[in-house]
Each structure stands twice: as structure tokens, then as C-alpha cells.
Design a protein around this ligand. Structure first.
Ligand SMILES: [Zn+2]
Length: 402
């Protein structure tokens, strides 16, 4: 490191007086890969003190339990992973068939090609997707390059990049994820296995978007069946599959984000509609950086909420198709991670907007925001519309009203 930058602190990379990365400066100092990682680190909207973060807990906080788990996993790395917390697996709020599937995957009891050969069956050991590696459980569900793409496109991203077995992967994943994230991960493992079966038995598999949709629907369906119909959770319980007009006196704002890889970046869209489904206003923008999908959803929501606040909208129903994000915003727990910082900003903005609430909806009820997010890119910059709807979403918006 040159001696003249030894004393320089991270805030030298911010635009002076603003809590924003100086994109040009970061790009001029670091290579493409590093600058994309740096630019994807979300900065808080308000000044906050630096703090230490414990990486072995999903919320970044040290607890005796997470310390104990870390030490135990450390000894497992030496002794080989064998211990699984079955009580946790059986307590997951997912469909019983998914719990059962996870139990089989973690007991190394799935009929993968390698397992069939071990039972003296005469099959080709190679994975049907890549035709390169042998098909073990960990390869078929996580490590195959084709399956990795599904994880990368999911809200969780690729948190644990390598593991020798499903147990090792599950334990590593559990250390860096909340329970609801593990429920989603369980559904995604199951959905990946359904896709693998379709390939093996029917000769064709579905695209990543279908695998993700099946996992998301499985989680939401089960939770809506189980949810207690109280005022606090009823909107979650009745998650919508189609867009519904807001009640009289309210406007509805749908929000969505999208990530792209080459060049790395994220984009978001927000659209406000009135009681008759009429267009009121919309925004889209994009940022450079290698954003994990869940962080991109949170950044997009924060930007749209600040815009709603600046515009002076009140009585707003916000809808997002990111269940993990909506659940995090509705929970009271502390979270020291980057994601937690964004969630705190979103909570503060929601409180600052009069009569504003946030709800989870299925992706099929969020098509306009999705289209708006996907048409933004880092070259075009921020765009806003008033009264006249952007032409690119006119057809999708009409479809919501039919
Ligand atoms: Zn493969």
C-alpha cells in the first residue's frame, strides 16, 4: 500500500457531505471486481457509529449460543460433520413434504446417481445438468453450476459457496441465516430436487425462474394456511396472487428490484396507482455494483420510500414480492448486518410517511413494478413520471385491470 494512503479512512471514498459512494473515485482506485463489491455495500441514510459484527450469527450479534455453535462446528471441521439439529429441521414452518425431504437430504438418503451405484445399480454417475461432476446430493442441490445459478438468482444469493456434504452446507448456511431464510432455503432445495427429477424422468428441466417460483409459493402457501387470522398478520395470510385496487382514500405503490451481472448492477422500479387503478406516478433507477438479490430488494424499497416521502404521498399501501424483506421489516429484532441497516432505514421511512403500511404479494401481483425495474439500467440514470404512464409498462398495467 502506498504510504500516502495508509492513514486514509473509508469515508474518503464517499461524496463529501453525503452518505454515498463516489462511484468514479472507487472505480478509479480499484479493479472492476473490487469496485463492484465495494459499491454494493449499502450505506445508511443517516450517520451511525461503526460497530463490531460477529459473522457467526445471522444478525451479526454475538450470543453465547452462536459462540458455542461456532466452537462445535470448528470441532466438526476436524472430526467431520455428523451432528444435525433435527429439532430445528422438524420445527421449520414449511410443508411436511419439504421437511421430510430435508430429513432425507441431510441423512444422505436421496436416490442420487452416486447413491444408486452404491446400491449396485447400473447407472451413469454423471450429473444430468453439467455432465461433468458425479451426482451426489450436495452437487445436485447446491454445487452444480446450473443449480448455482438458481441460488444466485434467489433472494438468499449464494451464501455458502462450497461444502463436502449436505450436512456441512446446512450447518454453515444455518449460521448465517435466520429461521425464515432457512425455511426458504429448505423450499429451494426441494424445488431444485423436483427440477432434477423432471430432467432425469422427463428429459427436460424448468428455467431458474420456475424453480424459484415453486419454492416461494410453497413457503407462502404453508404460512398462509398456518397463519393466525389476527389484524397484525391478516394481510400476510391473504397474500395476493393478482393486483388489487387500493381501497378508497388510499394509493398503492408496488416496488421491485432486479440484479444484473454484466456489467454488475441493480435496478428498481416503483409505481403509484389510485383507487381506480389509474396511473399516478412512477420512478426507476439503477446502481453499479455486485448486489446480492436481497440487498437489491432492500435498496430498491428504501429508494422508493424516500421518493414517496419527498413527494408527500400519504395513506400508501406498499407491496413487495420479497417475503424475506417484508418479514424483516415487520419483525422487531435487531440486526447488525448490512441488510439490517437497510431494514432500519426502511422502517424509519415507513414511520415518517403518514398511514403507510407494507405487505407481501406474489410476483404475479407485482408485474408492473417488475417490468419497470427490469427496464432500468445504469446508463439511463434516474427517471420519474407523473400522470403519464411510461410506455414500457402500459400493457402490463392494463393486464392488472382485466
Ligand atoms: Zn452438475
Amino acid at each position: 500500500m502506498p504510504s500516502d494512503v495508509e492513514e486514509v479512512t473509508v469515508d474518503a471514498l464517499f461524496i463529501p457531505g453525503q452518505l454515498q459512494w463516489d462511484v468514479e473515485l472507487v472505480k478509479s482506485l480499484f479493479n472492476n471486481r473490487d469496485s463492484n463489491e465495494i459499491l454494493a455495500i449499502p450505506l445508511p441514510k443517516s450517520d451511525r457509529c461503526d460497530k463490531w459484527r460477529w459473522i457467526w450469527n445471522s444478525k451479526g450479534m454475538y450470543t453465547v449460543k452462536s459462540g458455542y455453535q461456532y466452537l462445535r462446528s470448528f470441532s466438526q471441521q476436524v472430526m467431520g460433520p455428523s451432528i444435525t439439529n433435527w429439532k430445528f429441521v422438524w420445527g421449520l414452518q414449511v410443508l411436511p413434504k419439504i421437511r421430510n425431504f430435508i430429513w432425507r437430504a441431510l441423512s444422505d438418503n436421496l436416490p442420487t446417481k452416486v447413491a444408486l451405484i452404491a446400491r449396485s445399480m447400473d447407472v451413469d454417475p454423471l450429473c444430468g445438468y453439467c455432465n461433468v461432476a458425479e451426482e451426489t446430493s450436495i452437487h445436485a442441490l447446491v454445487l452444480c453450476p446450473v443449480v448455482k445459478q438458481v441460488w444466485i438468482s434467489s433472494e438468499l444469493g449464494l451464501r455458502v459457496q462450497s461444502a463436502d456434504s449436505m450436512v456441512q452446507w446446512w450447518n454453515a448456511m444455518k449460521r448465517v441465516s435466520s429461521t425464515s431464510e432457512m425455511e426458504y432455503a429448505a423450499a429451494l432445495l426441494w424445488s431444485n430436487w423436483q427440477n432434477r427429477n423432471a430432467l432425469v424422468w422427463e428429459g427436460s428441466s424448468k428455467p431458474a425462474s420456475t424453480v424459484l417460483y415453486r419454492a416461494g409459493s410453497a413457503v407462502a402457501d404453508w404460512q398462509s394456511v398456518r397463519a393466525v387470522p389476527s389484524a397484525a398478520v391478516c394481510s400476510n395470510a391473504a397474500a395476493q396472487r393478482r393486483w388489487v385496487k387500493p381501497n378508497s382514500g388510499f394509493v398503492k405503490c408496488n416496488v421491485d428490484a432486479s440484479v444484473f451481472r454484466d456489467p454488475a448492477g441493480m435496478s428498481f422500479g416503483g409505481i403509484v396507482r389510485g383507487t381506480n387503478g389509474e396511473f399516478i406516478a412512477a420512478i426507476q433507477d439503477a446502481f453499479v455494483g455486485n448486489f446480492p438479490p436481497l440487498i437489491a430488494e432492500a435498496v430498491g424499497l428504501r429508494e422508493v420510500l424516500s421518493w414517496i416521502k419527498e413527494r408527500g404521498f400519504a395513506s400508501v399501501i406498499i407491496e413487495s414480492d420479497s417475503k424475506l424483506l417484508v418479514d424483516a421489516i415487520r419483525s422487531d429484532g435487531e440486526d447488525f448486518t448490512y441488510f439490517g441497516t437497510l431494514v432500519d432505514d426502511c422502517k424509519a421511512l415507513l414511520r415518517a410517511i403518514s398511514r403507510c403500511s407494507i405487505h407481501f404479494v406474489f410476483r404475479s401481483a407485482n408485474c408492473v413494478a417488475d417490468s419497470l425495474a427490469k427496464t432500468a439500467n445504469s446508463m439511463t440514470g434516474r427517471a420519474e413520471w407523473d400522470l403519464l404512464c411510461p410506455p414500457v409498462i402500459a400493457d402490463v398495467m392494463m393486464a392488472d385491470l382485466i
